[in-house]
Design a protein around this ligand. Structure first.
Ligand code: KIV
Length: 289
């Protein structure tokens, strides 16, 4: 993190994302919620960033995504955009920002575009949200669908668990994917769906990019929650996530060391503070007499 200005890169468009699919090059996508992480993700060449409503858990410490508000999402999306000005940015519509109806959905989707500089938005749900998808697309906003485990419906789904293990439920997910595509979603993320089901959906997609999280290798690309990749979420690590480095442990070691050094007066060292010239100090002491 020492360079002042990262090298410029061209931001993806829908056309270049579809080109990756046509060229059989998997698309990389990560969640991100803050400026410094966005900077690093753009430097690493991640294709797309999702400001997920998972920030309710990873950043705000709630037990679910349900308490997250539009204002939370806009604030974090703005920070991410500042850190990654050249990355395709997707804002996640939080709970009750689109469920009430078409007009609410358009207004809130518009906020992500106008206030946070997003390139697209994402919402959860199947056939039942197709009217909102159609309306948001008609308003000129690219939209990503989300099927399988949809955390905003965690209570109705009976917990954070695999979706579509049985043939009937799998068929419903496959039908929903087709309905979302027909309604105009340019991309769908499948969360915790069996590999065989996501393969069928990916093979059947005609004008839609299929991304997976915990849904096997056959999607057009993968998405992961950043905090799960680096040991930064203390409550649990989902089985589907891979830990690429234990940043949580590194930070904790550093914090323990800081507490030790301040307590033992070994921090700060001479290079960590500033002083004033002797004559100014003497003048000051006189002034205080
Ligand atoms: O909110 C989120 O992080 C998500 C991902 C799991 C896709 O929706």
């Amino acid at each position: 993190m020492t360079e002042a200005k990262p090298p410029e890169r061209k931001k993806h468009t829908l056309t270049t994302l579809f080109k990756k699919v046509a060229d059989h090059v998997p698309i990389t996508w990560l969640t991100c919620y803050d400026y410094p992480t966005a900077y690093l993700q753009e430097r690493a060449g991640v294709d797309m960033i999702l400001v997920g409503d998972s920030l309710g858990m990873t950043i705000l410490g709630y037990d679910s995504t349900l308490p997250v508000t539009m204002d939370d999402m806009i604030r974090h999306s703005q920070a991410v955009r500042r850190g990654a000005p050249n990355t395709f940015l997707i804002g996640d519509m939080p709970y009750m920002s689109y469920q009430p109806g078409v007009e609410t959905a358009i207004r809130n989707a518009g906020r992500f575009m106008a206030e946070a500089g997003c390139d697209a938005i994402k919402l959860e749900g199947g056939i039942e949200v197709c009217d909102r998808i159609r309306a948001v697309v008609e308003a000129g906003i690219p939209i990503v669908g989300h099927l399988g485990l949809t955390p905003q419906s965690v209570s109705a789904l009976g917990g954070l668990r695999l979706q579509g293990k049985g043939a009937e439920q799998a068929k419903r997910i496959i039908d929903s994917a087709k309905a979302l595509e027909k309604a105009g979603a340019f991309m769908i993320v499948l969360e915790l769906v069996p590999d065989r089901v996501s393969k069928l959906i990916t093979e059947r997609a005609e004008n839609c990019i299929i991304m997976g999280i915990g849904s096997g290798p056959d999607c057009h690309g993968q998405v992961l929650i950043y905090h799960d990749m680096f040991g930064l979420y203390p409550k649990f690590k989902p089985r589907m996530a891979k830990v690429y480095g234990n940043a949580g442990e590194v930070i904790l070691n550093g914090l323990n060391q800081y507490v030790k050094e301040v307590t033992s007066r070994t921090f700060p060292q001479r290079e960590n503070y500033f002083t004033m010239p002797d004559e100014e100090y003497e003048k000051l002491v006189k002034m205080l007499k």
